[in-house]
Design a protein around this ligand. Structure first.
Ligand code: PLP
Length: 526
């Protein structure tokens, strides 16, 4: 035991005795204080149902509670934890609460937490292989494991010209593949072709595609968010993609990139990958598949068919931090041709050069779009070495594969599959409740664990129905008992109820439905 003054005593984490200045890491100090922190977090989970799920504070509340400047002298950990309890937690929306049914889930788990803890403990910055070989190699291995679990085509495995990388979020995943696709085409048509590049998605595609276009310099008028219909379950029809592409080509534009979705944000619609993918192949368009939420379900054989056609895709992403028990952040991205990504995103400054990662340029000739091109490939000198800095926007990167590895190992595939199945079963139960109450309706087909529904009192105008559903959402969310979110589908204001928090049980579904029914009744009475 060191002679440091520990966090629960008077002077916080300061080195009081030797006068040598701050000794910020000490194994015994870490042990004692980290145990206290783990106790605090375990108690948080034990008591999580006592907090309002959606934070009920007013904007600016914290400014009034905390001092204007940082403390000059160390404070005890105990005082800090008291502040967390009384000042921070009231301003937290409890995403891990079993009564959290909003947006999409963002799972925490014991395994994910331990992985996060280990990653924080080691705290390396693995931007290139040499900066922590285990970080790069474990990432390659676990993403190959997950790719196999999802039955992805072999081209996505790291053993070939493709491979997987963990990005922070799906938004980053979509951005980096869009940049790769853009630069690949601009190498062919010349940089002044940028204004003619066209990107396609559907009106249900996540807004991260729009943001990626903004960053990539795709002109706003060249982003086609093609209309979907409720009669098609809000999935994109291949005909409308073909039509849009043909029209753009006739106008002298260059179709560049198409993003399909498996499990759209509003209603978990699934785009028909095989038919859409064949169209992209025909026109030489980069085909990306975004399965940020629903990808997790595809580890169950009975849901895998939603990925049929994935063999046509150039890239694919799913968020392990959504519904795969891996604490935020961990967004898995796979790509078939990693050289496209590397050519877009690599830099090679002198201060990062090392023996194993010097890039070599390889030149080949390619025939495409009726023209002959010289193509420059980039390959690592050591054939098995990946420098993940060249697959992402930032340089620095965390050891995120540890938590995914721990989730896969500490739970095992069978448990992960039954975890998903249980949520889908609970969602089905909620859907049955909705169907059985004639005052409500299910608004979109349920495919996974999201139920889109609305309160539909008899003989009311569409305007009234939209308003009453807005009021219903406010009423249940401001009760603090549950948290749900909303969307708009075909002009209808729709309530979204997603089952996906790790602590949710049947009793929470039953209580949530009762609360919704009671709140709806009292809105009608008033
Ligand atoms: N794609 C889909 C289908 C989503 O539902 C979401 C978020 O919910 C995203 C992309 C963006 O996810 P992220 O927050 O990881 O960028």
């Amino acid at each position: 035991m060191s002679d440091w003054v520990f966090g629960d005593r008077e002077n916080g984490l300061s080195d009081k005795d030797n006068g040598l200045g701050l000794k910020a890491m000490d194994a015994e100090q870490l042990r004692e204080n980290a145990h206290k922190m783990v106790d605090f977090i375990a108690d948080y989970y034990k008591n999580i149902e006592t907090y309002p799920v959606l934070s009920q504070v007013e904007p600016g509340y914290l400014q009034k509670l905390l001092p204007d400047s940082a403390p000059l002298h160390p404070e005890p950990l105990q005082a800090l934890l008291q502040d967390v309890e009384t000042k921070i937690l009231p301003g937290v929306t409890h995403w891990q609460s079993p009564d959290y049914f909003a947006y999409f889930p963002s799972n925490s788990s014991v395994a994910g937490f331990l992985g996060e803890m280990l990653s924080a403990g080691i705290n390396m910055v693995g931007f290139s292989w040499i900066t922590s070989p285990a970080a790069t190699e474990l990432e390659m291995i676990v993403l190959d494991w997950l790719a196999n679990l999802l039955n992805l085509p072999h081209d996505f495995l790291s053993k070939g010209p493709g491979g997987g990388a963990i990005q922070g979020t799906a938004s980053e995943a979509i951005l980096v593949v869009l940049l790769a696709a853009r630069d690949k085409v601009l190498r062919e048509v010349g940089k002044d072709g940028l204004g003619r590049l066209v990107v396609y998605g559907s009106d249900q595609t996540h807004a991260s595609l729009q943001k990626a276009c903004q960053i990539a310099g795709i002109h706003a008028e060249n982003l086609r968010l093609l209309k979907t219909e409720s009669c098609n379950g809000y999935s994109l029809s291949p005909e409308s993609l073909t039509e849009a592409i043909s029209h753009d080509i006739a106008s002298g534009l260059i179709p560049l990139f198409f993003c399909a979705t498996v499990g759209t944000t509003s209603s978990t619609a699934v785009d028909p990958l095989l038919a859409l993918g064949k169209i992209t192949k025909k026109y030489g368009i980069w085909f990306h598949v975004d399965a940020a939420y629903a990808g997790s379900a595809c580890i169950c054989p009975e849901y895998r068919h939603h990925l049929n056609g994935i063999e046509e895709a150039d890239s694919f992403n799913m968020n392990c931090h959504k519904w795969f028990l891996t604490n935020f952040d961990c967004s898995a991205l796979w790509i078939k041709d990693r050289s496209a990504l590397i050519q877009s995103l690599s830099t090679n400054p002198e201060y990062l050069k090392n023996k194993v990662s010097i890039s070599i340029l390889r030149i080949s000739i390619k025939f495409s779009r009726n023209l002959l091109y010289v193509v420059v490939h980039q390959a690592s000198q050591g054939s098995t070495v990946i420098d993940y800095k060249d697959w992402q926007i930032p340089l620095g990167r965390r050891f995120r594969s540890l938590k995914l590895w721990m989730v896969l190992r500490l739970y095992g595939v069978e448990n992960l599959q039954s975890y998903i199945r249980n949520h889908i079963k609970l969602a089905q139960q909620f859907e049955d409740f909705v169907v059985q109450d004639s005052r409500f309706e299910v608004v979109a087909t349920r495919t996974f664990s999201l139920v889109c529904f609305r309160f539909l009192p008899a003989n009311k105008t569409e305007e009234y129905v939209n308003k009453v559903n807005r009021d219903l959402l406010d009423a249940v969310n401001s009760s603090g008992k549950i948290f749900i979110s909303h969307t708009v589908l075909s002009g209808k204001y729709v309530l979204r109820f997603v089952v996906g928090a790790p602590l949710t049980e049947e009793r929470h579904i039953i209580a949530a439905w009762k609360l919704l029914q009671e709140a709806a009744s009292s809105l009608l009475e008033n």
